[in-house]
Design a protein around this ligand. Structure first.
Ligand SMILES: [Zn+2]
Length: 118
């Protein structure tokens, strides 16, 4: 699976900057430990049913979970190396912060990738 960088205002606030997400089919996600996993659900978020997972012990951002959809996004920075992943592009560039520029040659989308299952 590939990685996309999300520049939306929600991700930038939750992660402190752009978030790099990979994703997997929900049934393939196995949590070996989840005692400190907590979920944040914003009722003001324009994406209903999205819950953001984080570690209540260290504060790490971990998941973007659109409940009811077949796939769940995983913060790539939380994975052990080597991940085997490669960053493929940028989404929600229309909401990019004004304090940085995108200097790579990867594809940029003003909003999200047009995928029916994400
Ligand atoms: Zn985002």
């Amino acid at each position: 699976m590939d990685v996309i960088n999300c520049h939306c205002s929600k991700c930038r606030r939750f992660h402190g900057h752009v978030c790099a997400y990979t994703a997997t089919d929900r049934e393939n996600l196995v949590l070996v430990q989840s005692e400190t996993l907590k979920w944040f659900h914003s009722t003001t978020d324009e994406t209903p049913n999205v819950h953001r997972g984080f570690c209540s012990r260290c504060g790490s951002s971990l998941f973007w979970d659109p409940r009811g959809k077949p796939r769940i996004s995983i913060a790539a920075g939380a994975l052990d190396s080597p991940s085997g992943l490669e960053t493929r592009g940028h989404v929600w560039v229309s909401q990019k912060g004004d304090y940085y520029s995108i200097s790579d040659e990867l594809v940029q989308h003003d909003e999200r990738f047009a995928r029916a299952d994400t």
